[in-house]
Write a new protein. Structure first.
Length: 177
């Protein structure tokens, strides 16, 4: 179904289709890789244990990038995940930001309303892992105030490095029912 057809559906039908699409997406290898990155982020509190895991992730995502077309959706996803892994290493901030920006450039929200918000969310995660709330907050705020495929909620935004930032707390309180 195209965007125009989707936009003509009533809200309940859209929600049902999104739920079905979410189920399908969760079974893809790309989603499973992204989920693995999420687990890496949760392990970030144990620096010694997570550093080797992040380094392996960098190697795996870099290797996987060599197997896909550079201008493809999978490449955009891999650039995001690579950026998150670089950010997790803590000493590769420039590489992390560069990978995240490549991903957003390949699938901008303005051109890809399904994948674009996910790329932005991952860019916010990169900035958050780097402790850069000044860059993460505008992205998170924009995502919370738009209807997006990724279903951004405060629960999904439990990003430790910026969790105590007053702007983050305000954003979470604003979105909490």
């Amino acid at each position: 179904m195209d965007i125009v057809g989707y936009s003509k559906l009533v809200t309940d039908q859209q929600r049902e289709l999104l739920n079905e699409l979410n189920k399908i997406v969760r079974e893809t290898p790309q989603f499973k890789q992204a989920e693995a990155v999420g687990k890496l982020i949760r392990r970030a509190g144990n620096v010694a244990a997570s550093r080797a895991t992040y380094q392996r992730a960098v190697q795996e995502f870099t290797q996987e990038l060599s197997t896909v077309s550079e201008d493809s959706g999978p490449a955009a996803a891999l650039h995001s995940w690579l950026g998150i892994a670089y950010a997790g290493l803590g000493n590769a901030a420039a590489a992390a930001v560069s990978e995240g920006q490549k991903s957003m450039a390949q699938q901008p929200t303005s051109e890809d309303p399904f994948e674009g918000p996910g790329r932005e969310e991952q860019m916010a995660q990169i900035y958050a892992l780097l402790g850069n709330a000044d860059e993460a907050m505008p992205i998170l705020k924009r995502l919370l105030h738009t209807s997006s495929f990724t279903g951004i909620t405060p629960e999904l935004m439990r990003i430790d490095p910026i969790r105590n930032d007053p702007r983050f707390k305000e954003l979470v309180a604003e979105k909490t029912p």
